[in-house]
Every structure is written in structure tokens, then in C-alpha cells.
Design a binder for this molecule. Structure first.
Ligand SMILES: Nc1nc2c(ncn2[C@@H]2O[C@H](COP(=O)(O)OP(=O)(O)OP(=O)(O)O)[C@@H](O)[C@H]2O)c(=O)[nH]1
Ligand SMILES: [Mg+2]
Length: 262
């Protein structure tokens, strides 16, 4: 698998592993698919199906399944990325009209023959929709912001950035809602709109901005296009690895396992 446009760093002040050889400095990112120690499940992204839409946190599914949230500015390409990653055309509703996703849309992952899903993908409403009334902006803080802050089941966040905008002030504000232990994949969507040199420049600029933000979270960065497929395989590998890790961690130890250790 070619990972030429992936830059992975465990901490913003220290590059952990870069698949671009020149940036490979020290230890590997725990979410680097190549170094993941979790038993790999069969790919779960192709099994995605709609589960529920919620407008209040209290309505979220009660089962504490690992959840991956897609967050980002309005119109950045969150819903399109979910569809492309799951190889489904109309799973999440994508639209030219900014502000289409106004609730948390949950998608179930895992073999359908099992009674319960193994994990969820959550599509969140975009922020920064210029003409949104203040009330809608407040609703965003209450719903998506609080969701990021308090949801224990959250095992990863995909930060969706339009490659032509990079990391904006609103995205920086969102980063403050992030819990420090949650791994994040930043994807620069719509990379098909730029040439290779400009993509590289955009990656460098966002990498520098994320380093400056000094987040403690494991961070990875990737250029992506939901239309041409650029970066989709790398993003899928990252997601499958992080979901496998979270599912393995969530499985309670069997009694015989603890007997073995006595
Ligand atoms: N060229 C190109 N267009 C894209 C890409 N991803 C999304 N788009 C377009 O960008 C527009 C917005 O995409 P959405 O996926 O609906 O964006 P969103 O972030 O979910 O938007 P909200 O739900 O309003 O927050 C649509 O017209 C998509 O077709 C991409 O990788 N390349
Ligand atoms: Mg959307």
C-alpha cells in the first residue's frame, strides 16, 4: 500500500512516524496501521448502515460502543468522506447547500448477522455556516461540542478540513473541545481541486498549524479526495486500525484469561 501523502505524528511537538521517509523521526504512532497490535477484524467500514439521528445527547445509543466522529466546518466534505470511505453513495446526506447536517447521524458498523453493531460512525453538523443564526450556532455548541467533550465512547475523531481553507480559527476553537486521549485524523478534503505541489504545501501548512496548537492527542494528517479516491485507502487503514484497537479494548476479559494469569 502506498502511503505517500500521510504524515503521522503522535504528539504535535514530536513527530512519531512519518510515512513520508524524510519526516520519520522517532517512535511510531500507536494508531499507525502498520504497528497496530490489536487483532484485526474483517473490515467494518463496508458494513456501515444508518442507525439513528439524534438532536439531543440524551438520545444517543446507550450501548457504549466505540464511536468515530467526523467533525469540521460546514460544507468541508464530512458526509461525502463517510460515504466514500464506506463505499456507499447515499449513506450520509451530502449536499451543495451548507448546513445540511443539523443533527448527529449515527451509522452502525459490524457484521449484520450479529445482534449488535461493533462500533459506530457519527456524522456531526458542520460549524461556521456564515449565515446561520446565533441560535443554530448555540445549538452546535450544545450538541456537537458537548458530544466531543463528554462522550466516553468516542474512540477517534476525524477532523475534516477543506484543503483550500486549511485549519481555520473555528477549527482551532473546535480542538479545544477535544479530550486529550482521543486520536485524531485530520483529512484535507477536496484535494482533487489542487495540484500535487499545492497539496504538499497545504499539508505542510496544516501540519505546522497543528504543531502550534500543541495538542496532546495522537495526530495523523492526510490529503483526501472523495471524488478521485486520493487518500481513501490510507484513511480506511487508519480507521480500521483505530476501531480494531477500541473493539479489542472494549471486550471484557474472559474468566479463563484471568485464571491463566494466576
Ligand atoms: N471536488 C470535490 N468535492 C467534494 C469533495 N467532498 C465533498 N465535496 C462536495 O462538497 C459539498 C459539500 O459536501 P458534504 O459532504 O455535504 O459536506 P459536509 O461537511 O457534510 O457539509 P454539512 O453537512 O453542511 O456540514 C458537496 O457538493 C460535495 O459534493 C471532494 O473530495 N472533492
Ligand atoms: Mg454533512
Amino acid at each position: 500500500m502506498q502511503l505517500y501523502n500521510t504524515i503521522v505524528f503522535a504528539r504535535c511537538d514530536r513527530i512519531a512516524a512519518a510515512v513520508v521517509p524524510a519526516r520519520c523521526l522517532n517512535r511510531r504512532n500507536p494508531i499507525d496501521p502498520a504497528s497496530s497490535s490489536a487483532p484485526s477484524l474483517a473490515p467494518v467500514l463496508p458494513t456501515a448502515r444508518f442507525l439513528t439521528t439524534v438532536v439531543q445527547l440524551a438520545q444517543l445509543p446507550r450501548e457504549r460502543l466505540p464511536e468515530v466522529a467526523f467533525v469540521g466546518r460546514s460544507n468541508a466534505g464530512k458526509s461525502s468522506a463517510i460515504n466514500a470511505l464506506c463505499r456507499r453513495r447515499r449513506l450520509a446526506f451530502a449536499s451543495k447547500m451548507p448546513g445540511r447536517t443539523q443533527a448527529l447521524n449515527c451509522f452502525a458498523l459490524g457484521p449484520e448477522r450479529l445482534p449488535d453493531p461493533v462500533a459506530l460512525i457519527v456524522d456531526t453538523p458542520g460549524y461556521g455556516f456564515a449565515t446561520a443564526p446565533l441560535e443554530i450556532k448555540r445549538q452546535w455548541d450544545h450538541l456537537a461540542g458537548r458530544y466531543l467533550q463528554i462522550r466516553e465512547a468516542l474512540c477517534a475523531v476525524v477532523l475534516v478540513l477543506d484543503v483550500r481553507r486549511g485549519l481555520t480559527d473555528l477549527d482551532r476553537a473546535l480542538l479545544q473541545w477535544m479530550r486529550p486521549d482521543v486520536p485524531m485524523l485530520a483529512i484535507l478534503t477536496k484535494s482533487d481541486k489542487l495540484g500535487r505541489a499545492q497539496q504538499r504545501q497545504a499539508l505542510d501548512t496544516v501540519e505546522a498549524a497543528l504543531r502550534e496548537a500543541r495538542l496532546p492527542n495522537p495526530l495523523s494528517l492526510l490529503a483526501l479526495s472523495s471524488t478521485t479516491g486520493l487518500g481513501l485507502e490510507q484513511a480506511r487503514a487508519w480507521l480500521e486500525a483505530v476501531i480494531s484497537e477500541a473493539v479489542a479494548a472494549a471486550v471484557p476479559a474472559r474468566p479463563e484469561d484471568s485464571r491463566e494469569q494466576d
